[in-house]
Design a protein around this ligand. Structure first.
Ligand SMILES: NC(=O)C1=CN([C@@H]2O[C@H](COP(=O)(O)OP(=O)(O)OC[C@H]3O[C@@H](n4cnc5c(N)ncnc54)[C@H](O)[C@@H]3O)[C@@H](O)[C@H]2O)C=CC1
Ligand SMILES: CC/C=C\C[C@H](O)/C=C/C=C\C=C\C=C\C(=O)[C@@H](O)C/C=C\CCC(=O)O
Length: 262
């Protein structure tokens, strides 16, 4: 899928990984709607991006992914401004084990909400042009992060939802691919402020620090490169792509097909 002339929505795009995703999509010719709850950061970013990439290439839309109305309105405004939507990156997420209900609401329900809205706008069986959705999960969606059980649960949920909806979209001829990205640690505000956001298992932070030592810390452009691969490779649907400092690749899952022997 070439990105020239394509249009994208990125959630949680005012900073961190979402900002890097926005930049790589713009660099490759797409127009991007930057959705975020942080109006100041979002508006400033879009001002700078439009100076760098050309007027009206980026659009800021204030949107909390927890709100059906705000998300719906943002999709509508982006579609009106750009003509259609081809790409959605469900990136908005938080890590705060003390506010675990908020994490479920943003990290998992927000991804489901965004995906279902995108299916309505983009599916070929509803007059749309098809497209691609990338959900930002985490390596914590593949295995347990001891200090963060609820964060781990939300990211496992994102991967399960992504795989199921991808298969359902293909079986329904929607023309929409859905994939998940699973980065290890990335040097953003979410990562650098973690110490203050651990809940009852904060005493295990030594183990988390050892994991950081072992896995290292990615930078946001490295993560954005992987998004580009998931967006442009039209052979990929229902995949989880893991990226770590020393390796990256598609994650194998056990086959549970009824034709397989146990
Ligand atoms: N930083 C890391 O180590 C890793 C992060 N991730 C995931 O990547 C995604 C982005 O994380 P980072 O860039 O690191 O975080 P960040 O904290 O640097 O940026 C998150 C952005 O999302 C926005 N946001 C938060 N709640 C929102 C809501 N309810 N609605 C709309 N926007 C909202 C924030 O205002 C901010 O601009 C998250 O889903 C996170 O779980 C995955 C693996 C590693
Ligand atoms: C402190 C949390 C900061 C950011 C959250 C973010 O989403 C990053 C997560 C990064 C790593 C997740 C690790 C998951 C660990 C597991 O799956 C463990 O069960 C296995 C641990 C290590 C495997 C390394 C290896 O030996 O190859």
């Amino acid at each position: 899928m070439a990105l020239d002339g394509k249009t994208a929505i990125v959630t949680g795009a005012a900073m961190g990984i979402g900002k890097a995703i926005t930049e790589i999509l713009l660099k490759n010719g797409a127009k991007v709607a930057v959705l975020d709850v942080n109006k100041v950061e979002g508006e400033n970013l879009v001002k700078d991006l439009n100076k760098e990439y050309g007027a009206d290439r980026a659009l800021f839309l204030s949107c909390n992914v927890e709100s059906d109305e705000e998300f719906k309105a943002a999709f509508q405004k982006a579609a009106e401004a750009f003509g259609a939507i081809d790409i959605l990156c469900n990136n908005a997420g938080i890590l705060n084990e003390e506010k675990w209900q908020d994490m479920i609401s943003i990290n998992l329900a927000g991804v489901i909400r965004g995906t279902y809205l995108a299916l309505e706008h983009m599916r070929k069986t509803n007059g749309g042009g098809g497209g691609v959705i990338v959900n930002i999960a985490s390596m914590a969606g593949l295995g347990p992060l001891l200090t963060c059980p609820v964060y781990t649960a939300t990211k496992h949920g994102v991967i399960g939802f992504t795989r199921a909806v991808a298969a359902a979209s293909a079986a329904s001829n929607y023309g929409i691919r859905v994939n998940a990205l699973c980065p290890s640690f990335v040097g953003t505000e979410l990562f650098t402020t973690i110490e203050h956001k651990l809940g009852q298992f904060a005493h295990l932070k030594g183990a988390a620090n050892q994991l950081v030592e072992k896995l290292g810390v990615l930078n946001t452009p490295e993560v954005a490169e992987c998004i580009l691969e998931l967006v442009t490779d039209e052979t990929k649907n229902g995949e989880a792509f893991m990226v770590r400092t020393e390796m990256k690749g598609y994650v194998p899952f056990p086959s549970l097909s009824s034709t397989d022997k146990p």
